[in-house]
Design a protein around this ligand. Structure first.
Ligand code: SF4
Length: 431
Protein backbone atom coordinates (compact mmCIF):
# COMPACT_ATOMS: atom_id res chain seq x y z
CA UNK A 1 0.00 0.00 0.00
CA UNK A 2 2.18 2.90 -1.20
CA UNK A 3 2.10 6.17 0.66
CA UNK A 4 2.34 9.11 -1.76
CA UNK A 5 3.55 12.63 -1.28
CA UNK A 6 3.30 15.31 -3.98
CA UNK A 7 5.25 18.55 -3.89
CA UNK A 8 4.31 21.29 -6.36
CA UNK A 9 6.28 24.37 -7.27
CA UNK A 10 4.96 27.24 -9.36
CA UNK A 11 1.76 28.33 -11.02
CA UNK A 12 -1.85 27.15 -11.18
CA UNK A 13 -1.13 25.21 -14.38
CA UNK A 14 1.46 23.19 -12.48
CA UNK A 15 -0.91 22.69 -9.55
CA UNK A 16 -3.52 21.38 -11.96
CA UNK A 17 -0.96 19.04 -13.52
CA UNK A 18 -0.11 17.67 -10.07
CA UNK A 19 -3.75 16.76 -9.52
CA UNK A 20 -3.81 14.86 -12.81
CA UNK A 21 -0.61 13.03 -11.81
CA UNK A 22 -2.05 12.23 -8.38
CA UNK A 23 -5.24 10.89 -9.95
CA UNK A 24 -3.27 8.71 -12.40
CA UNK A 25 -1.03 7.23 -9.70
CA UNK A 26 -3.85 6.69 -7.22
CA UNK A 27 -6.09 4.96 -9.73
CA UNK A 28 -3.26 2.61 -10.74
CA UNK A 29 -1.95 1.75 -7.29
CA UNK A 30 -4.72 -0.01 -5.40
CA UNK A 31 -4.86 1.17 -1.81
CA UNK A 32 -2.49 4.09 -2.31
CA UNK A 33 -2.80 6.60 0.49
CA UNK A 34 -1.75 10.21 0.77
CA UNK A 35 1.13 11.07 3.05
CA UNK A 36 0.71 14.66 4.18
CA UNK A 37 4.20 14.61 5.68
CA UNK A 38 7.19 13.81 3.55
CA UNK A 39 8.64 11.71 6.38
CA UNK A 40 5.74 9.24 6.06
CA UNK A 41 5.95 8.72 2.27
CA UNK A 42 7.30 5.81 0.22
CA UNK A 43 6.98 7.71 -3.06
CA UNK A 44 7.42 11.41 -3.70
CA UNK A 45 6.67 13.31 -6.90
CA UNK A 46 8.26 16.73 -7.23
CA UNK A 47 6.47 18.80 -9.88
CA UNK A 48 9.01 21.52 -10.62
CA UNK A 49 8.87 25.11 -11.90
CA UNK A 50 11.52 26.84 -13.96
CA UNK A 51 10.37 30.44 -14.03
CA UNK A 52 13.71 31.67 -12.64
CA UNK A 53 17.06 30.12 -11.71
CA UNK A 54 15.86 30.44 -8.11
CA UNK A 55 12.85 28.23 -8.85
CA UNK A 56 15.17 25.50 -10.19
CA UNK A 57 17.39 25.86 -7.13
CA UNK A 58 14.33 25.57 -4.86
CA UNK A 59 13.46 22.20 -6.40
CA UNK A 60 17.00 20.90 -5.95
CA UNK A 61 17.02 22.02 -2.32
CA UNK A 62 13.69 20.28 -1.70
CA UNK A 63 14.96 17.02 -3.25
CA UNK A 64 18.09 17.00 -1.08
CA UNK A 65 16.05 17.72 2.03
CA UNK A 66 13.50 15.02 1.14
CA UNK A 67 16.23 12.40 0.88
CA UNK A 68 17.75 13.58 4.17
CA UNK A 69 14.53 13.46 6.21
CA UNK A 70 13.34 10.26 4.57
CA UNK A 71 16.24 8.25 3.15
CA UNK A 72 13.95 5.44 1.93
CA UNK A 73 11.67 7.58 -0.24
CA UNK A 74 11.62 7.06 -4.01
CA UNK A 75 11.76 10.51 -5.63
CA UNK A 76 10.47 11.21 -9.14
CA UNK A 77 11.03 14.65 -10.66
CA UNK A 78 8.63 16.03 -13.27
CA UNK A 79 7.45 19.40 -14.58
CA UNK A 80 8.96 22.41 -16.32
CA UNK A 81 12.40 22.36 -14.73
CA UNK A 82 12.67 18.63 -15.52
CA UNK A 83 12.22 19.46 -19.21
CA UNK A 84 15.02 22.00 -19.32
CA UNK A 85 17.40 20.44 -16.79
CA UNK A 86 16.70 16.71 -17.15
CA UNK A 87 20.36 15.68 -17.09
CA UNK A 88 21.02 17.64 -13.90
CA UNK A 89 18.22 15.82 -12.12
CA UNK A 90 19.30 12.44 -13.51
CA UNK A 91 22.74 13.16 -12.09
CA UNK A 92 21.37 13.62 -8.56
CA UNK A 93 21.86 10.52 -6.42
CA UNK A 94 18.61 11.29 -4.58
CA UNK A 95 16.49 11.09 -7.76
CA UNK A 96 15.07 7.72 -8.86
CA UNK A 97 13.38 8.91 -12.05
CA UNK A 98 12.76 11.95 -14.24
CA UNK A 99 9.73 12.70 -16.40
CA UNK A 100 10.40 15.53 -18.82
CA UNK A 101 7.07 17.28 -18.62
CA UNK A 102 3.66 16.83 -17.06
CA UNK A 103 2.18 13.72 -18.69
CA UNK A 104 0.23 12.01 -15.86
CA UNK A 105 0.55 8.55 -17.42
CA UNK A 106 4.34 8.90 -17.80
CA UNK A 107 4.57 10.05 -14.17
CA UNK A 108 2.40 7.15 -13.03
CA UNK A 109 4.61 4.63 -14.86
CA UNK A 110 7.81 6.14 -13.50
CA UNK A 111 6.51 6.38 -9.94
CA UNK A 112 5.17 2.83 -9.87
CA UNK A 113 8.01 1.22 -11.84
CA UNK A 114 8.51 -2.33 -10.67
CA UNK A 115 5.15 -2.58 -8.90
CA UNK A 116 2.21 -4.70 -10.00
CA UNK A 117 -0.41 -2.09 -10.84
CA UNK A 118 -3.42 -1.42 -13.04
CA UNK A 119 -2.24 0.44 -16.14
CA UNK A 120 -5.59 1.74 -17.31
CA UNK A 121 -5.64 4.99 -19.25
CA UNK A 122 -9.43 5.16 -19.44
CA UNK A 123 -10.93 7.80 -17.20
CA UNK A 124 -7.67 9.74 -16.91
CA UNK A 125 -8.46 12.55 -19.35
CA UNK A 126 -10.78 14.35 -16.95
CA UNK A 127 -9.73 15.58 -13.53
CA UNK A 128 -12.23 14.70 -10.81
CA UNK A 129 -11.18 17.07 -8.03
CA UNK A 130 -8.44 19.26 -6.63
CA UNK A 131 -7.42 17.70 -3.36
CA UNK A 132 -8.07 19.69 -0.23
CA UNK A 133 -9.30 22.88 -1.94
CA UNK A 134 -12.61 24.66 -2.34
CA UNK A 135 -11.54 26.34 -5.58
CA UNK A 136 -10.90 24.00 -8.49
CA UNK A 137 -8.47 24.66 -11.35
CA UNK A 138 -9.85 23.99 -14.83
CA UNK A 139 -6.93 23.91 -17.24
CA UNK A 140 -8.04 24.66 -20.78
CA UNK A 141 -4.74 24.87 -22.63
CA UNK A 142 -0.99 24.46 -22.24
CA UNK A 143 2.02 26.20 -23.79
CA UNK A 144 2.48 29.64 -25.31
CA UNK A 145 3.26 31.05 -28.76
CA UNK A 146 4.60 34.38 -27.48
CA UNK A 147 8.30 34.98 -26.98
CA UNK A 148 8.71 37.16 -23.89
CA UNK A 149 12.43 37.60 -23.30
CA UNK A 150 12.33 36.73 -19.58
CA UNK A 151 10.15 33.65 -19.83
CA UNK A 152 11.39 30.07 -19.61
CA UNK A 153 7.91 28.64 -19.16
CA UNK A 154 7.26 28.75 -22.88
CA UNK A 155 10.59 26.97 -23.50
CA UNK A 156 9.55 24.18 -21.14
CA UNK A 157 5.92 23.90 -22.21
CA UNK A 158 6.15 24.41 -25.98
CA UNK A 159 3.55 25.82 -28.33
CA UNK A 160 -0.02 26.60 -27.34
CA UNK A 161 -2.23 23.49 -27.32
CA UNK A 162 -5.91 23.79 -26.48
CA UNK A 163 -8.05 21.09 -24.95
CA UNK A 164 -11.14 19.98 -26.77
CA UNK A 165 -14.09 22.14 -25.63
CA UNK A 166 -16.30 19.08 -25.02
CA UNK A 167 -13.64 17.64 -22.71
CA UNK A 168 -13.35 20.95 -20.83
CA UNK A 169 -17.12 21.13 -20.34
CA UNK A 170 -17.21 17.49 -19.18
CA UNK A 171 -14.40 18.13 -16.71
CA UNK A 172 -16.09 21.29 -15.39
CA UNK A 173 -19.26 19.30 -14.72
CA UNK A 174 -17.33 16.77 -12.69
CA UNK A 175 -15.28 19.36 -10.79
CA UNK A 176 -18.45 21.34 -10.00
CA UNK A 177 -19.62 18.45 -7.82
CA UNK A 178 -16.83 19.33 -5.37
CA UNK A 179 -15.82 22.92 -6.06
CA UNK A 180 -18.17 25.93 -5.86
CA UNK A 181 -15.65 27.98 -7.86
CA UNK A 182 -13.65 26.93 -10.91
CA UNK A 183 -10.71 28.98 -12.16
CA UNK A 184 -10.11 28.76 -15.91
CA UNK A 185 -6.40 28.38 -16.15
CA UNK A 186 -3.55 27.55 -18.51
CA UNK A 187 -0.23 28.99 -19.61
CA UNK A 188 -1.69 31.48 -22.10
CA UNK A 189 -5.47 31.19 -22.02
CA UNK A 190 -6.04 34.16 -24.34
CA UNK A 191 -4.88 31.98 -27.24
CA UNK A 192 -7.34 29.23 -26.40
CA UNK A 193 -8.86 27.67 -29.52
CA UNK A 194 -6.50 29.11 -32.15
CA UNK A 195 -4.96 25.70 -32.77
CA UNK A 196 -8.26 23.79 -32.87
CA UNK A 197 -10.21 22.84 -35.98
CA UNK A 198 -12.67 24.39 -36.23
CA UNK A 199 -10.93 27.35 -34.67
CA UNK A 200 -12.63 28.76 -31.61
CA UNK A 201 -12.04 31.29 -28.83
CA UNK A 202 -11.88 31.49 -25.08
CA UNK A 203 -15.02 33.62 -25.12
CA UNK A 204 -16.94 30.87 -26.95
CA UNK A 205 -15.66 28.32 -24.43
CA UNK A 206 -16.64 30.45 -21.42
CA UNK A 207 -20.10 30.99 -22.91
CA UNK A 208 -20.51 27.22 -23.19
CA UNK A 209 -19.33 26.71 -19.62
CA UNK A 210 -21.82 29.23 -18.30
CA UNK A 211 -24.65 27.70 -20.34
CA UNK A 212 -23.85 24.02 -19.94
CA UNK A 213 -22.38 23.73 -16.45
CA UNK A 214 -25.43 24.84 -14.58
CA UNK A 215 -26.82 23.58 -11.30
CA UNK A 216 -28.42 20.15 -10.90
CA UNK A 217 -30.62 18.73 -8.17
CA UNK A 218 -27.49 17.65 -6.24
CA UNK A 219 -24.98 20.29 -7.29
CA UNK A 220 -25.15 24.06 -7.36
CA UNK A 221 -23.91 25.94 -10.43
CA UNK A 222 -20.27 26.87 -9.91
CA UNK A 223 -18.86 30.34 -10.21
CA UNK A 224 -16.19 30.61 -12.91
CA UNK A 225 -13.19 32.91 -12.76
CA UNK A 226 -10.69 33.70 -15.48
CA UNK A 227 -7.06 33.01 -14.63
CA UNK A 228 -4.34 35.35 -15.81
CA UNK A 229 -5.18 36.77 -19.25
CA UNK A 230 -3.46 39.41 -21.40
CA UNK A 231 -5.26 42.77 -21.66
CA UNK A 232 -4.97 42.78 -25.44
CA UNK A 233 -6.62 39.35 -25.68
CA UNK A 234 -9.84 40.16 -23.83
CA UNK A 235 -12.48 40.70 -26.51
CA UNK A 236 -15.76 42.60 -26.20
CA UNK A 237 -17.72 39.33 -26.11
CA UNK A 238 -15.85 38.41 -22.92
CA UNK A 239 -16.74 41.78 -21.41
CA UNK A 240 -20.40 41.09 -22.27
CA UNK A 241 -20.15 37.81 -20.37
CA UNK A 242 -18.44 39.45 -17.40
CA UNK A 243 -21.02 42.24 -17.31
CA UNK A 244 -24.07 40.06 -17.91
CA UNK A 245 -23.51 36.80 -16.04
CA UNK A 246 -24.84 38.03 -12.70
CA UNK A 247 -21.58 37.09 -10.99
CA UNK A 248 -21.37 33.55 -12.41
CA UNK A 249 -18.25 34.75 -14.22
CA UNK A 250 -16.38 36.54 -11.45
CA UNK A 251 -15.77 40.26 -12.11
CA UNK A 252 -12.03 39.85 -11.82
CA UNK A 253 -9.26 40.16 -14.40
CA UNK A 254 -5.59 39.54 -13.82
CA UNK A 255 -3.81 41.17 -16.77
CA UNK A 256 0.01 40.91 -16.79
CA UNK A 257 1.57 44.33 -17.39
CA UNK A 258 5.27 43.61 -16.61
CA UNK A 259 6.27 47.25 -17.23
CA UNK A 260 4.61 50.59 -17.88
CA UNK A 261 7.49 51.86 -20.04
CA UNK A 262 7.73 51.26 -23.78
CA UNK A 263 11.53 50.78 -23.97
CA UNK A 264 11.30 48.06 -21.31
CA UNK A 265 8.28 46.42 -22.97
CA UNK A 266 10.29 46.31 -26.21
CA UNK A 267 13.30 44.80 -24.41
CA UNK A 268 10.95 42.23 -22.89
CA UNK A 269 9.64 41.44 -26.40
CA UNK A 270 6.12 42.12 -25.25
CA UNK A 271 3.79 42.66 -28.20
CA UNK A 272 1.83 45.57 -26.74
CA UNK A 273 2.70 49.15 -25.88
CA UNK A 274 2.03 51.03 -22.67
CA UNK A 275 -0.80 52.89 -24.39
CA UNK A 276 -2.48 49.76 -25.77
CA UNK A 277 -2.57 48.26 -22.31
CA UNK A 278 -3.71 51.52 -20.73
CA UNK A 279 -6.53 52.06 -23.22
CA UNK A 280 -7.87 48.51 -22.88
CA UNK A 281 -7.71 48.63 -19.09
CA UNK A 282 -9.69 51.89 -19.05
CA UNK A 283 -12.27 50.53 -21.51
CA UNK A 284 -12.71 47.43 -19.36
CA UNK A 285 -13.00 49.44 -16.15
CA UNK A 286 -15.62 51.68 -17.76
CA UNK A 287 -17.80 48.62 -18.44
CA UNK A 288 -17.42 46.64 -15.23
CA UNK A 289 -18.14 47.62 -11.66
CA UNK A 290 -17.18 46.20 -9.25
CA UNK A 291 -13.99 44.93 -10.85
CA UNK A 292 -11.04 43.23 -9.24
CA UNK A 293 -8.11 44.22 -11.44
CA UNK A 294 -4.66 42.78 -10.91
CA UNK A 295 -1.37 42.71 -12.77
CA UNK A 296 2.13 41.26 -12.63
CA UNK A 297 5.01 43.70 -12.79
CA UNK A 298 8.73 42.96 -13.05
CA UNK A 299 11.06 45.59 -11.62
CA UNK A 300 14.71 46.00 -12.60
CA UNK A 301 14.48 44.32 -16.00
CA UNK A 302 17.80 44.89 -17.86
CA UNK A 303 17.93 48.47 -19.10
CA UNK A 304 15.10 49.77 -16.88
CA UNK A 305 16.04 53.41 -16.20
CA UNK A 306 14.73 55.62 -13.39
CA UNK A 307 12.48 57.31 -15.98
CA UNK A 308 11.10 53.92 -17.10
CA UNK A 309 10.32 53.03 -13.52
CA UNK A 310 8.61 56.40 -13.04
CA UNK A 311 6.45 55.63 -16.10
CA UNK A 312 5.40 52.34 -14.52
CA UNK A 313 4.56 54.06 -11.23
CA UNK A 314 2.51 56.69 -13.08
CA UNK A 315 0.56 54.04 -14.97
CA UNK A 316 -0.13 52.07 -11.81
CA UNK A 317 -1.33 55.26 -10.17
CA UNK A 318 -3.69 56.00 -13.06
CA UNK A 319 -5.27 52.58 -13.63
CA UNK A 320 -7.85 51.14 -11.22
CA UNK A 321 -5.73 48.23 -10.02
CA UNK A 322 -7.03 46.57 -6.89
CA UNK A 323 -3.85 44.57 -6.26
CA UNK A 324 -0.47 43.87 -7.89
CA UNK A 325 2.04 41.05 -7.92
CA UNK A 326 5.46 42.68 -8.11
CA UNK A 327 8.63 40.65 -8.69
CA UNK A 328 12.21 41.88 -8.93
CA UNK A 329 13.73 40.65 -12.20
CA UNK A 330 15.50 37.35 -11.69
CA UNK A 331 17.55 35.86 -14.52
CA UNK A 332 16.80 32.48 -16.02
CA UNK A 333 19.46 30.68 -18.10
CA UNK A 334 18.48 30.05 -21.69
CA UNK A 335 16.16 33.07 -21.97
CA UNK A 336 16.89 36.01 -24.28
CA UNK A 337 16.89 38.43 -21.34
CA UNK A 338 20.07 37.04 -19.76
CA UNK A 339 22.04 38.25 -22.81
CA UNK A 340 20.79 41.84 -22.49
CA UNK A 341 23.00 44.66 -21.22
CA UNK A 342 21.90 47.34 -18.76
CA UNK A 343 22.03 45.23 -15.62
CA UNK A 344 20.07 46.87 -12.79
CA UNK A 345 21.54 46.24 -9.31
CA UNK A 346 19.40 43.96 -7.17
CA UNK A 347 19.16 46.64 -4.46
CA UNK A 348 17.57 49.01 -7.00
CA UNK A 349 15.07 46.43 -8.32
CA UNK A 350 14.06 45.61 -4.78
CA UNK A 351 13.62 49.27 -3.88
CA UNK A 352 11.49 49.82 -7.00
CA UNK A 353 9.45 46.77 -6.06
CA UNK A 354 8.87 48.13 -2.56
CA UNK A 355 7.63 51.42 -3.96
CA UNK A 356 5.17 49.69 -6.27
CA UNK A 357 3.96 47.35 -3.57
CA UNK A 358 3.33 50.26 -1.22
CA UNK A 359 1.34 52.03 -3.92
CA UNK A 360 -0.59 48.84 -4.68
CA UNK A 361 -1.34 48.43 -0.96
CA UNK A 362 -2.86 51.91 -0.82
CA UNK A 363 -4.96 51.25 -3.91
CA UNK A 364 -6.12 47.89 -2.54
CA UNK A 365 -7.20 49.41 0.76
CA UNK A 366 -9.00 52.26 -1.02
CA UNK A 367 -10.85 49.82 -3.26
CA UNK A 368 -11.86 47.61 -0.33
CA UNK A 369 -13.10 50.64 1.64
CA UNK A 370 -15.23 51.62 -1.37
CA UNK A 371 -16.93 48.21 -1.24
CA UNK A 372 -17.98 48.57 2.41
CA UNK A 373 -21.66 47.81 2.91
CA UNK A 374 -22.06 46.04 -0.44
CA UNK A 375 -23.30 42.48 -0.67
CA UNK A 376 -20.78 39.95 -1.92
CA UNK A 377 -20.81 36.29 -2.87
CA UNK A 378 -17.89 34.47 -1.34
CA UNK A 379 -16.15 31.14 -1.61
CA UNK A 380 -14.52 29.80 1.57
CA UNK A 381 -10.78 29.21 1.56
CA UNK A 382 -8.94 26.47 3.42
CA UNK A 383 -9.33 26.42 7.16
CA UNK A 384 -8.01 29.92 7.82
CA UNK A 385 -11.45 31.52 8.12
CA UNK A 386 -11.03 33.61 4.98
CA UNK A 387 -13.10 33.81 1.84
CA UNK A 388 -12.79 35.33 -1.62
CA UNK A 389 -15.29 37.65 -3.23
CA UNK A 390 -15.96 37.61 -6.96
CA UNK A 391 -13.84 40.73 -7.35
CA UNK A 392 -10.99 39.03 -5.52
CA UNK A 393 -11.09 40.60 -2.10
CA UNK A 394 -9.73 38.21 0.49
CA UNK A 395 -11.91 38.80 3.54
CA UNK A 396 -12.24 37.41 7.05
CA UNK A 397 -15.52 35.57 7.60
CA UNK A 398 -17.92 36.36 10.41
CA UNK A 399 -20.68 33.82 10.79
CA UNK A 400 -22.68 32.33 13.62
CA UNK A 401 -22.07 28.80 12.34
CA UNK A 402 -19.12 27.42 10.35
CA UNK A 403 -20.15 28.00 6.72
CA UNK A 404 -20.44 25.01 4.39
CA UNK A 405 -17.30 25.20 2.21
CA UNK A 406 -18.93 23.32 -0.67
CA UNK A 407 -21.20 26.22 -1.66
CA UNK A 408 -20.99 29.97 -2.26
CA UNK A 409 -22.37 32.25 0.45
CA UNK A 410 -23.78 35.72 0.37
CA UNK A 411 -22.98 38.34 2.98
CA UNK A 412 -22.32 42.00 3.55
CA UNK A 413 -18.88 43.60 3.48
CA UNK A 414 -17.82 45.40 6.64
CA UNK A 415 -16.53 48.93 6.95
CA UNK A 416 -13.04 48.80 5.43
CA UNK A 417 -14.12 45.91 3.20
CA UNK A 418 -11.91 43.46 5.03
CA UNK A 419 -14.61 41.20 6.49
CA UNK A 420 -17.76 39.59 5.19
CA UNK A 421 -20.61 39.18 7.62
CA UNK A 422 -22.70 36.14 6.81
CA UNK A 423 -25.91 35.31 8.58
CA UNK A 424 -27.28 38.81 7.98
CA UNK A 425 -31.00 38.72 7.02
CA UNK A 426 -30.11 38.48 3.37
CA UNK A 427 -27.42 35.87 3.92
CA UNK A 428 -28.38 32.76 2.04
CA UNK A 429 -27.08 30.05 -0.11
CA UNK A 430 -26.48 31.76 -3.43
CA UNK A 431 -27.04 29.16 -6.08
S1 SF4 B 1 2.97 35.44 -22.69
FE1 SF4 B 1 5.13 35.73 -22.32
S2 SF4 B 1 5.34 35.46 -20.07
FE2 SF4 B 1 3.37 34.57 -20.64
S3 SF4 B 1 3.84 32.35 -20.93
FE3 SF4 B 1 3.95 33.41 -22.94
S4 SF4 B 1 6.12 33.91 -23.24
FE4 SF4 B 1 5.80 33.46 -21.03
Amino acid sequence: MPRLHFKTFGCKANQYDTERMRQAVESAAAGAVRAAALEDADLCVVNTCTVTNQADAGARRFIRRAARVNPGVRIVVAGCSAVLRAEEYRGMAEVAGVVEGHDPVAVRDEVLRGRAVRRETRGLTVLRRRAGATRGWLKVQDGCDRKCAFCATRLARGRSRSRDPDEVVAEARVLARTHPELVITGVHIGHYGRDLAPRTTLTALVRRLLDEVAGTAETAAPRFRLGSIEATEIDDGMLDLLAGSGGRLAPHLHMPLQSGADPVLRGMRRWHTREQYRRRALEIAARLSPLGLGADIITGFPGESPADHADTVALVRELPFTYLHVFPYSPRDGTAAVRLGGHVPERVSRERGRELRALAGEKAAGYARGRAGDTAEVVMEGSGGTALTGDYLRVAVEAARAPDPSILHRGRLSAGGTRVILDTPEAARVN
